[in-house]
Design a protein around this ligand. Structure first.
Ligand code: C2E
Ligand code: CA
Ligand code: CA
Ligand code: CA
Length: 278
């Protein structure tokens, strides 16, 4: 960086230092976050589009930092990935989400699926299948009520991906491709991966009713997926226009602020009856 007439160079470096120091602090705090019970899961409901049926929740992690308040996963998941902390954190997420879903079933609520985000490092960890199997056994959740979300960027090693996905499918869990359309690798492999569902990224849903290219992308993903016998869920559904567009184009399921934001488990419990008739 070079110095301009003003002080911009100075500000630039100061900002960089500030950023890395902040990340370093977060990293040290993150080590203690699990044992200090600072991590929690929020759940965002998902609905079948043609029937309105409440079919599942996506588990989304939150970090209630003692000094900073709620820290976004956009901020700390990359740190967790880099340091390897994502392995214990990811296992905590999986276990907490499965246990919660089982608890709702035991409370007599209609059984629904819980979707858990896997990070890249988790997905390539050699004992992932063993971890999932153990968590299902420990929480006594039936495998068909667990959905694992991976992203296209994790599927670079095609052979490895097929092996892992086939082993997971053997357990009976569902597999979804998250943020679909933002990567570029998986199109030709979609038929080889045992995938249950594509989640259309919210960047395509935004303006899909007025932006012609987004509309085309969304329609094409839905039609292609259905030809491959894969379900489609749209995320980031914020308006009635989004909903109508997706309904017209036969999208299977929806998730977004229009229906519900991600909320704590207690609120899910309270709102269960309302979610039945959305
Ligand atoms: P994602 O998996 O793509 O999750 C969807 C994000 O969109 C969530 O942000 C959710 O709160 C937000 N969202 C939902 N509906 C709407 C909507 O209608 N409009 C808009 N604008 N946003 C909506 P969140 O919870 O901040 O999570 C951000 C990302 O952090 C997630 O993106 C995911 O990549 C990652 N993440 C969250 N929880 C976990 C986790 O347990 N493990 C891993 N590995 N990653 C996680
Ligand atoms: Ca996700
Ligand atoms: Ca997503
Ligand atoms: Ca995303």
């Amino acid at each position: 960086a070079k110095k301009h007439g003003n002080n911009s160079y100075h500000f630039y470096t100061a900002d960089l230092n500030g950023k890395s120091r902040e990340n370093l602090e977060l990293e040290m705090d993150l080590y203690k976050a699990i044992e200090n019970d600072e991590l929690i899961l929020h759940y965002q409901p998902q609905f079948h589009l043609s029937t309105g049926e409440y079919i599942g929740n996506e588990a989304l992690i939150r970090w209630n930092h003692p000094k900073r308040g709620m820290v976004s996963p956009f901020h700390f998941i990359p740190i967790a990935e880099e340091t390897g902390l994502i392995i214990p954190i990811g296992e905590w997420v999986l276990k907490t989400a499965c246990a919660q879903n089982k608890a709702w079933q035991q409370a007599g609520l209609p059984p629904i699926v819980v979707s858990v985000n896997l990070s890249s490092r988790q997905f390539s960890q050699s004992n992932l299948v063993g971890v999932v199997e153990r968590v299902l056994a420990e929480t006594k959740l039936e495998a068909k009520y667990l959905d694992l979300e991976i992203t296209e960027s994790m599927t670079v090693d095609v052979k490895q991906t097929i092996n892992t996905l086939q082993a997971l499918k053997k357990l009976g869990v569902k597999i979804s491709i998250d943020d679909f359309g933002t990567g570029y690798s998986s199109l030709s492999y979609l038929k080889e991966f045992p995938i249950d569902c594509l989640k259309i990224d919210q960047s395509f849903i935004r303006d899909c009713h007025e932006d012609q290219s987004n509309a085309t992308i969304v329609k094409t993903i839905i039609s292609m997926a259905h030809h491959l016998n894969i379900q489609v869920i749209a995320e980031g559904v914020e308006t009635k226009e989004h909903l109508d567009f997706l309904q017209q184009n036969l999208c299977d399921a929806v998730q977004g602020y229009l229906l519900s934001k991600p909320i704590p488990a207690e609120n899910i419990e309270e709102q269960f009856p309302d979610f039945q008739k959305i």
